[in-house]
Design a binder for this molecule. Structure first.
Ligand SMILES: [Fe+2]
Length: 215
């Protein structure tokens, strides 16, 4: 089947707030000093890149994010979902990914596990080109195709019936710059990815805290 297309619109499909955390520099310093990282690709055979650690924001910092998400999306209640097998997304984890660890990997987040995803960019000096991009499918005839996973499918492999799509199958449709302390929240069924990564030393890598909510 083909994916449907819906032009991503701010205020309907995604929401952005700059200067989000009042203590973003403190959060960055606290996180970059952590020593309890779990390693992903290319250090271990994981789908996700770089390294990550749980409990990125403290409860009162997370409250601020969740109040804003409810206000903007209109959701009365947001929560973390689990599959019957116990699978969950890594909500409120810090991710630190360097330029040599990965490139863009367009995907959607499972519709079984979340409706909205969010990211706060926490690297003080990350280049603008290391934000978040949204993509649409390239069709065989050169035309552009869809950009989101419709029900009843949970993800792109289910919707398209293929295990993996090459990067060339996607065309960038919209790019949101990496700006220190910017929060972006988006419909998780839209095809999206980190635009690129940066840095070699921990302090220069692309640091984000990521969120996933069912609503
Ligand atoms: Fe994602």
């Amino acid at each position: 089947m083909a994916l449907p297309y819906r032009k991503p619109q701010e205020g309907r499909d995604y929401w952005i707030k700059d200067d989000f955390l009042p203590n973003a520099t403190e959060v960055f310093e606290r996180c970059v000093a952590r020593e309890d990282w779990t390693y992903g690709f290319p250090h271990r055979p994981e789908f996700w890149p770089g390294m990550r650690a749980p409990n990125g924001l403290l409860p009162e910092e997370l409250d601020r994010v969740e109040c804003w998400v409810k206000e903007k999306t209109g959701a009365k209640k947001i929560w973390q979902e689990q599959t019957p097998e116990g699978a969950m997304l890594n909500h409120n984890w810090i991710q630190l990914v360097g330029e040599k660890e990965s490139g863009p990997r367009p995907h959607t987040d499972s519709r079984k596990l979340c409706r909205y995803a969010g990211v706060i960019y926490l690297s003080p000096k990350a280049p603008a080109r290391t934000g978040t991009s949204f993509y649409r499918l390239r069709l065989g005839n050169g035309a552009l195709g869809g950009n989101f996973v419709p029900p009843p499918h949970a993800n792109i492999p289910e919707a398209l019936g293929v295990a993996k799509m090459p990067l060339e199958a996607w065309s960038e449709d919209l790019r949101v710059d990496n700006v220190f302390n910017r929060l972006i929240v988006y419909r998780a069924d839209l095809v999206h990815s980190a635009t690129s990564y940066c840095g070699i030393e921990h302090r220069d890598k692309r640091m984000t805290v990521v969120f996933f909510w069912m609503a």
